[in-house]
Design a protein around this ligand. Structure first.
Ligand code: ZN
Length: 320
């Protein structure tokens, strides 16, 4: 019975996502007096909208299809940003924020900065065959996290912590809670509405988690191969092993490629996952060596819950 209700909640929410998402239209309306909330990536826009409804305008810095590791902000975006009351950063050491956050704050020093990763334990980027000895020790996570927040050292995605926290719906719940706290700070009059919306969305995330667990039941310990390692937190949450083609943010060397092909053969991998905005060349050449399929999954889709359901189905077919 409970499960039925949860399913219903998920389906209802899917309907809402389809009818509401208007983030593609980046322009912030000048006539509206609603507070402007800026975020780095699309899943965060979803989180803000789920909690705030139409009480705020959302400004997304990295637009659909762009790569948050290399995206360059436009002057129009900077102009819009100067009107924002709050900026919710991912906060986990995403390249985009490492490079841009200081300039964004300089553009609008008065906006409230919310760190959506606050309370999330960052995981180390998975170790690769050629640099096992450099692998960070466990237990340093918390301290490193704070340092990376300052954006001071540019360790970013190479050899540091894995910034892709949002790909686990359980980490997403923490991000949603942090987003909620920020919204209440800039708009205390709507505290109650935001609390209700937050609770409803947290329940949807729990329902999504239950569905993913069902989809992946019995697959614990299985591996999937991806070009860019965006899914480490998802993998950890559901007991899967992410095997990355990209090495430390770079194309694999010839030696790495051979190692990957051997691993893929050994594990019987039949699918290599790629994501929009990234080269699929090396994924394709490994795929042709092992007769695997190349399938696209998007870690940055705005319709967060619907997308995760699709992704877990795709992973389920590609697990080995
Ligand atoms: Zn990434």
């Amino acid at each position: 019975m409970n499960k039925l209700i949860m399913l219903l909640v998920v389906f209802l929410s899917l309907g809402l996502v389809i009818t509401s998402g208007c983030v593609d239209n980046q322009e912030v309306s000048a006539s509206s007096d609603k507070p402007i909330v800026a975020v780095s990536i699309l899943p965060q826009a979803e989180f803000v909208e789920k909690v705030a409804g139409d009480q705020v305008q959302v400004l997304v810095m990295v637009p659909p299809g762009a790569d948050p590791h290399t995206y360059e902000i436009t002057s129009g975006q900077l102009r819009d940003l100067s009107k924002a009351q709050m900026y919710v950063k991912v906060g986990s050491g995403l390249d985009f924020e490492n490079v841009w956050m200081d300039r964004l704050i300089a553009q609008n020093p008065d906006m409230l900065i919310v760190d959506s990763s606050s309370g999330i334990k960052l995981k180390a980027m998975e170790a690769h065959s050629h640099n096992d000895e450099e692998h960070d020790e466990e237990g340093r996570d918390e301290e490193n996290h704070d340092e990376e927040d300052e954006g001071g050292d540019h360790a970013n995605e190479t050899g540091g912590k894995d910034p892709h926290i949002w790909t686990s719906p359980m980490e997403a719940k923490i991000m949603v809670n942090n987003t909620y706290s920020g919204l209440v700070e800039i708009d205390p009059d709507n505290r109650e509405l935001y609390a209700q919306n937050r609770d409803a969305y947290l329940a949807e995330l729990d329902a999504a988690d239950a569905i993913i667990r069902e989809t992946l039941a019995g697959k614990e310990g299985s591996s999937f191969m991806v070009y860019h390692p965006s899914w480490g937190y998802f993998a950890d949450e559901y007991g899967l092993v992410e095997v990355s083609v990209e090495m430390e943010g770079k194309e694999p060397s010839a030696k790495d490629m051979q190692h990957l092909i051997d691993t893929a053969k050994e594990k019987n991998i039949t699918v290599i996952f790629v994501q929009p905005g990234f080269s699929a060349t090396s994924a394709k050449s490994i795929a042709s060596e092992i007769n695997a399929e190349v399938v696209a999954v998007d870690p940055l889709a705005k319709d967060y819950i619907d997308n995760l359901a699709k992704v877990s189905e795709a992973f389920e077919k590609g697990l080995a």
